[in-house]
Design a protein around this ligand. Structure first.
Ligand code: GTP
Ligand code: MG
Length: 285
């Protein structure tokens, strides 16, 4: 489950009286990534592009770089994720029905996927520049039971969803289907797939739902730090083929992330800023 720590010095580096100030983890900030040696830097900033180097010469790389911002755009996106003042990153509420959700005032994106695939961890990594906002994760599947809403300044809202599959909340389908169909400010859905396990039968619960409702979505491949290069490449190529052949509403480029090592997190911040209308960048498709 996700929960913001209320009463802490939101938007400031320091914690409440008596607590040591919270500081972002290594590589949470772009400035830290830019100090890495070039190979590692490329792997953290653009993991899919880096992986494409393992492809045979002449392989089709069209789907590897459709969204390819430059450093200036990555910096501008990062600034959105550390808004200053009272409208910092803040927990806006939880809901089990769209009718109970916070008002749809900002452009919104949501994160769905199997239990334990890494949704809450990814949101925590995206928010790591404001570590005073606590995001809870768990080794136990089925941890997040409600839809949890977080506002990022005056720019956009991120929604962490309960997972489906093992130990999913009983009312998952009613909750999530209703949200996806009714939430008019929803700009893009991020559907997470485990980078080690690859596309599983259970992943189709979410994919089928989004395809049926005609909702635009993006596949995010998680936990890439746990997969060998060979396994990751095989899973990525398989998922890309699936997207190309079997989907209508899915963005053709995959986003690879490790919430542990911050790979792909900076690029994903930039894509979220872009799809919520906060950062104009040309897509090549
Ligand atoms: N190595 C590694 N572990 C990860 C990563 N992301 C998540 N995990 C681990 O995966 C487990 C589940 O993470 P959560 O973020 O709670 O998963 P979730 O999708 O929110 O799960 P539910 O709320 O139960 O649906 C935790 O033990 C995390 O530490 C990652 O990028 N790398
Ligand atoms: Mg969760």
């Amino acid at each position: 489950m996700l929960r913001a720590l209320r009463g802490r010095g939101r938007g400031r580096a320091g914690g409440a009286a008596g607590r040591p100030p919270l500081s972002p983890p290594p590589l949470a900030a772009l400035a830290q990534v830019l100090r890495l040696e070039p190979g590692r830097l490329a792997g953290v900033a653009f993991p899919l592009e880096r992986l494409a180097r393992c492809l045979a010469p002449g392989a089709d790389t069209a789907a590897f770089g459709l969204f390819r911002p430059g450093l200036a755009e990555l910096r501008r996106a990062e600034a959105l994720f550390r808004p200053r003042g009272p409208r910092g990153v803040r927990y806006a509420g939880s809901a089990v029905r769209p009718g109970h959700a916070p008002p749809p005032a900002l452009p919104e994106v949501c994160f769905i996927g199997r239990s334990n695939v890494g949704k809450s961890s990814l949101i925590r990594a995206l928010f790591s520049l404001t570590p005073e906002v606590e995001v809870r994760v768990s080794k136990t599947p089925g941890h997040t039971k409600k839809m949890n809403f977080f506002n990022v300044g005056k720019y956009f809202t991120l929604v962490d969803m309960p997972g489906y599959g093992y130990r999913a909340p009983q009312d998952f389908v009613e909750m999530v289907e209703a949200y996806l169909q009714e939430r008019h400010n929803l700009k893009r859905t991020f559907l997470l797939v485990d980078g080690v396990a690859g596309l599983q039968k259970t992943d189709h619960i979410g994919i089928d739902m989004l395809e049926e409702f005609g909702i635009p979505y993006v596949l995010v491949v998680t936990k890439i730090d746990r997969a060998s290069k060979g396994l990751l490449l095989r899973n990525v190529l398989e998922i890309q083929e699936f997207v190309k052949e079997k989907t209508q509403g899915c963005f053709p480029q995959l986003f690879l992330v490790s919430s542990l090592e911050f790979s792909g997190v900076h690029l994903l911040r930039c894509f979220i800023a872009h799809v919520t209308g906060n950062l104009p960048i040309a897509e090549t498709s």
